[in-house]
Design a protein around this ligand. Structure first.
Ligand SMILES: *Cc1c(COP(=O)(O)O)cnc(C)c1O
Length: 225
């Protein structure tokens, strides 16, 4: 199966209003170009430097998504062009993105990443802590970031009952935050959840963006040093 065929199959089964981010991390520019030439223009990477490099070598109308944990000193590699940062997991990072965006006079769209996996995970806000932060009006000074929704990663497990519960929880978080903090903001509308092995469940639970890598590009090839 080619990358173009894989993309076609996925697009046939997902609803038209669900955005498919093709996760191209670790795959070379020529493979991304192959997908691009088949008509796909939305790609995601999890490392800022790799994203910055690939952006330089590929068509400018690609919509680039940052989906992985972002260190504050790496924002500079992507700030000028990134379409959406899915992985805002601390106030420190939010402030740093805001500062970079301010320097270049941009407003950068971001999602707040929430911990939804039952297993111990490093990144993401605890939902209750996030609510407390929002109550202290933490977003009022960050005018160069726009929060457009939430992102989450389910547990790495084949137990689809558990995965579904975790997606349902994120959908619940979205509804609660929308009601209490973003009711007047129509741009708060995205729910990024679902990967190769669980995107059908994510869509059933209300995902508006799915992030699919290996089902499009095959297994990731990590470069040996
Ligand atoms: C790698 C990655 C994906 C895609 O994973 P696949 O299982 O290959 O589809 C999605 N989201 C994030 C945050 C990732 O790092």
């Amino acid at each position: 199966m080619t990358v173009a065929e894989n993309l076609k199959i996925i697009k046939e089964i997902i609803p038209q209003n669900v955005k498919l981010v093709a996760v191209s991390k670790t795959h070379p520019v020529n493979v991304i170009l192959e997908a691009y030439k088949s008509g796909h223009k939305i790609f995601g990477e999890n490392k800022a430097q790799e994203l910055g490099e690939k952006h330089k070598h590929l068509p400018t109308d690609i919509e680039w998504h940052m989906i992985g944990h972002l260190q504050t000193n790496k924002i500079k590699y992507i700030a000028s062009f990134v379409h959406l940062i899915h992985s805002v997991d601390s106030i420190k990072l939010l402030d740093a993105i805001n500062n970079e965006a301010l320097k270049i006079n941009r407003v950068i769209d971001c999602l707040l990443q929430i911990k939804i996996a039952r297993e111990e995970t490093k990144f993401g806000f605890d939902f209750n802590e996030l609510v407390q932060l929002l109550e202290t009006n933490m977003l009022k000074d960050t005018r160069n970031v726009r929060i457009t929704g939430l992102m989450g990663m389910a547990s790495f497990t084949g137990d689809m009952v558990q995965v579904k519960q975790e997606f349902d929880f994120l959908a619940h978080c979205f509804v609660e935050l929308k009601k209490d903090f973003f009711a007047d903001e129509p741009s708060f509308k995205e729910l990024s959840m679902g990967m190769s092995d669980d995107y059908p469940e994510a869509i059933k639970a209300g995902a508006t963006i799915i992030r699919v890598g290996s089902h499009i590009f095959g297994k990731r090839e990590y470069t040996k040093i």
